[in-house]
Design a protein around this ligand. Sequence first.
Ligand SMILES: Cc1cc2nc3c(=O)[nH]c(=O)nc-3n(C[C@H](O)[C@H](O)[C@H](O)COP(=O)(O)OP(=O)(O)OC[C@H]3O[C@@H](n4cnc5c(N)ncnc54)[C@H](O)[C@@H]3O)c2cc1C
Length: 460
Amino acid sequence: MNENSYTRRDFLKTAGVGAAGLTIGLGALGGAGRVSAAPIHQGSAIIQADPINHGGPVIISGGKVIQPQREIRVMRETDVLVVGGGTAGVIAAISAARTGADVTLVERYGCFGGLWTGGLVLIVLSTHARVGGKLTKCVRGIGDEMLQRHLKIPGGIINQAPGKSNPTSDPEVTKYLMAEMVREAGVHVVLHSWVTNAIMDKGTVRGVLLESKSGPMAIKAKVVIDASGDGDVFGAAGAENVRHTHRIGLVHRLGGVNTVDRAKAKKAGVKLPRFGAATPIPGVTWVNMQGPKADCLDVEALSKIEMDDRAAIWKRMAEIHKVPGCEKVFVLDTASQLGIRTSRTLVGTQEITLKNAKARKTYDDVVGVGGSYSLTGGAPCSVPYGSLLPAKIDNLLAAGRCVAADNQMLNYTRLIAPCMVTGHAAGAAAAVAVADKTSPRKVNIAKVQALLKKQGAHLG
Ligand SMILES: Cc1cc2nc3c(=O)[nH]c(=O)nc-3n(C[C@H](O)[C@H](O)[C@H](O)COP(=O)(O)OP(=O)(O)OC[C@H]3O[C@@H](n4cnc5c(N)ncnc54)[C@H](O)[C@@H]3O)c2cc1C
């Protein structure tokens, strides 16, 4: 191996997770978990399956593409439907399911975590605040339970300890733990399914439409939680919302950072480049890329940025390799999910504002408290229930980065720890509404607060 040939494969080898290691280690599991070198070219099994029901073809009429009226197959009826399996959605689903409600969680990709995992955003900001000069944990309950469980897996998390805030997690560990917690809570999981529309009964949401390899399907629900990050459900339902542009970056990880020969760079009189922030894997950093500002719901813009950001990463990699002592640094991976900071935010019955946060305003309908952030002047931030509740549309709640916040505070509410808080709040509120056979608008807030406390949440 020469100096320049330290590759991903070498990295995996030194980390002890080479292909052979996987074969031996996991082969013992058998069945679904088996990873082995057994031959796979033995021919497929031909099955007699029902044809996929697309409800008939889309047609061309007078040069226009027309989707004719069609009946959509109902896949499920559920109490609480959570759209989006990111931080907020997973915690919302777990909270509601732990009350015994029937909960369905729909996610467009094959794993949970959204930007926290697929987006490779690894530092969980705003978990704590200084209260009376003392570092105090704000994010408690299910979010904290999730972070604590990372400690049980070697390489799962760093900076998760008393006296420390804002831990950094490993994305694969997070994906696994989220799946385990969702499974343990008894949530019905629908992966690989993209929610495309809301089912409306006048101003009330009754469920969603989704597209997948199985064709278009509907899920009916008593309460829907929009945790899609982009407000796809409340956007489709016609709920008032605000559209934003923001910087879009392609987060990535660098490996081999622990091979950097600082003395060599110093001798050459060259300044070392920045490699990003530490992760639980030795020698691996994550790079938080800012990227250009764009409309995060414009697919043409997203396509261009994905291409341009990737080119920029490799251009920078080439620059890094020119620095003496940095020859063995490599791009370990790029995020499978583009780094969308914000797109739509809800117009709620209340809005989280920077002014109120700085004034440390508290609310009668408080459903959670997020930790501090530089933007808020170091104050913890109370979350009112009204920031999850659409101003007009019924049977719908928002959670995560799309909740109602002014265009400064959305840079707070979109952080991972505050998304844990709003996810937990939405899940608990939906569960209480279902149990009491009422709507999120009429739900008994005292009962929601009692459930949140029972589930360990901090309400201030
Ligand atoms: C580049 C970048 C850097 C950041 N840095 C930090 C940081 O350092 N620390 C920090 O705490 N936060 C940071 N953030 C913010 C934070 O990562 C996210 O805002 C947070 O993870 C959002 O969580 P969420 O659950 O609200 O949404 P998301 O993580 O976006 O989850 C939404 C989920 O819904 C799914 N989904 C979307 N639409 C549909 C649909 N129509 N149908 C079905 N599923 C759908 C998505 O696949 C996804 O899994 C950063 C964000 C970016 C982009």
